[in-house]
Design a protein. Structure first.
Length: 229
């Protein structure tokens, strides 16, 4: 955490060691960047209450939230070569702050090896990424990203006209739910652009064919036909 979400200011290093007398001259407080405060607010929930209330009203165990934040920071530290297909998504988060990829740092450097100001920068960009995912302004191929995305809107319920016999008007759904075929098409579309998802689909389909006499070659033909392998 690089800021105090309760007071909305940046955390500062102590100017004296433990047991030493505190100096009279204290550094002026700096207002925290909104995305940094957004991240700190949720992280504070995780480490003090053991759970995080996400903007989409889901509750996430604190340990899961800390793993997500750590995974995101590690991803932001990846070089262009290491990031591979994720580089396009990561560029968007850096560009929000008018910065080049990884803030212009070219050499692979773990998060702990950066200076304090770089720590704050990485945490700020991580907060930007999480806020964009939570508000639906960004997408990520990460398996944990769907946990953060806004919940689907509740079904619109409309009262049907009362019957001639009287009684209460009944509510009926007017929202059309996606069919299984539509969901499969969305899955295929994701797999056609994400080799990792395509590999998982291929393995899942092959596992489903094991109890049957049909050869796994059927799965291979399906994958080649739809461009997911």
């Amino acid at each position: 955490m690089g800021s105090c979400p309760r007071h909305g200011v940046m955390l500062a290093e102590r100017s004296h060691g433990i047991g030493e007398r505190e100096s009279a001259a204290c550094p002026p407080l700096t207002v925290g960047q909104p995305d940094l405060l957004f991240l700190a607010r949720l992280t504070l929930q995780a480490i003090t209450g053991g759970a995080v209330g996400l903007p989409n009203r889901r509750r996430l165990p604190g340990r899961c939230w800390l793993r997500i934040v750590r995974a995101l920071i590690d991803a932001l530290c990846l070089t262009l070569k290491e990031a591979q297909q994720a580089r396009a998504t990561l560029r968007v988060f850096w560009a929000r702050h008018g910065l080049e990829y990884r803030g212009g740092v070219l050499l692979p450097t773990p998060f702990e090896m950066h200076r304090l100001d770089r720590h704050r920068l990485f945490l700020t960009v991580a907060g930007t990424a999480l806020r964009m995912l939570c508000t639906g302004q960004g997408v990520s191929p990460s398996p944990w990203a769907p946990l953060l995305t806004p919940s689907a809107p509740q079904q619109t319920r409309r009262a049907s006209p009362p019957s001639r016999r009287g009684g209460r008007a009944r509510l009926r759904d007017t929202c059309v739910q996606p069919t299984l075929g539509a969901l499969l098409q969305q899955w295929l579309a994701l797999c056609q652009t994400d080799p990792e998802r395509a590999t998982h689909m291929h393995q899942w389909l092959r596992a489903g064919y094991q109890p049957y006499a049909s050869p796994p070659g059927v799965v291979d033909d399906f994958s080649h036909e739809h461009g997911t392998r």
